[in-house]
Design a protein around this ligand. Structure first.
Ligand SMILES: [Fe+2]
Length: 283
């Protein structure tokens, strides 16, 4: 039996990061990622008007910074208190059918030419899905051409990795892969009950699912514990420059170097609102 091509049927569109102050956070992210792109209008196709927000990136690809509000002000929709991801999927109609068949709760909306699903996986991470189309394919190429950075992966904390993986495999129709570790692997488990990956391409890009590991930071000599609360990871062209900026700004970071993924120099830090971030560079 020939295995189907697992790398072609989905992409990361953007991440939404909760912040307190849009302008201050915008400066922070722009500086760290050397970002020069800002979208004022197009990204609104994918989001409701419930939250004040801004978008760093273009054509839907990038980072949305948003201000969460009181949960009780939300009627008929949901918000996330944590960073959450939006994926573009090709098998949108199939996913819709499966969710309906099994009576999974979700929100389905059409907005201009875009169709979306919002759903929570079993560990309550919010995931937004957008139906793929030609416009987004073209926007992707333009963004990759113009941008100084891109989203490498989103890491989701799961209290039961196998349960989350089953849900994502069955209902989101993504295919689980195998973690590729480097030679000098750090002190963490790649047992699929503790760490899993839905690869979007080679090089561990995609969706990472991890069980919280209280000793992760301690054992690896990091100031941060990247197994707790999830994080987006951004690939930049010069991670040393990012470390210089962090040093000058007296922002604590963990320089993990190459320890979890071959060919990727990784660092961890908190943004201004204690959202865990990973920044990495392909080396
Ligand atoms: Fe990561």
């Amino acid at each position: 039996m020939e295995s189907r091509n697992i790398f072609m049927n989905w992409k990361i569109l953007n991440v939404s990061i909760p912040v307190k102050n849009l302008e201050v956070s915008k400066d922070f992210y722009n500086r760290l990622l050397n970002n020069k792109l800002e979208d004022k209008l197009f990204y609104k196709n994918f989001f409701e008007n419930h939250n004040d927000d801004i978008f760093l990136g273009e054509g839907g690809f990038g980072i949305r910074l948003y201000i969460p509000k009181q949960d009780l002000e939300f009627n008929g929709t949901i918000q996330s208190r944590r960073t959450y991801i939006t994926l573009i999927i090709e098998n949108f109609d199939l996913v819709l059918r499966k969710l309906n068949e099994k009576n999974i709760k979700f929100i389905h909306k059409k907005n201009n030419d875009f169709e979306k699903i919002m759903v929570q996986e079993p560990s309550l991470n919010l995931i937004q899905l957008i139906k793929s189309n030609k416009v987004l394919d073209e926007n992707y190429k333009k963004f990759i051409d113009k941008s100084n950075w891109y989203i490498h992966h989103m890491n989701l904390e799961s209290l039961d990795v196998r349960e989350s993986v089953s849900f994502i495999s069955e209902f989101l129709d993504l295919e689980e892969g195998k973690w590729t570790a480097p030679k000098n692997k750090g002190d963490f488990s790649i047992d699929p009950r503790e760490l899993s990956i839905f690869p979007m391409s080679s090089l561990n890009k995609g969706l990472h699912i991890i069980k919280p590991d209280d000793g992760f930071g301690f054992r690896n000599n990091f100031a941060h514990n990247p197994s707790i609360a999830g994080h987006p990871a951004f690939t930049v062209k010069d991670v040393k420059k990012v470390m210089d900026i962090l040093g000058q700004s007296k922002i604590l970071f963990s320089n993990a170097e190459i320890y979890a993924m071959p060919k990727f120099h990784q660092i961890y830090l908190y943004d201004l609102n204690a959202n865990m971030l990973e920044i990495n560079q392909e080396v």
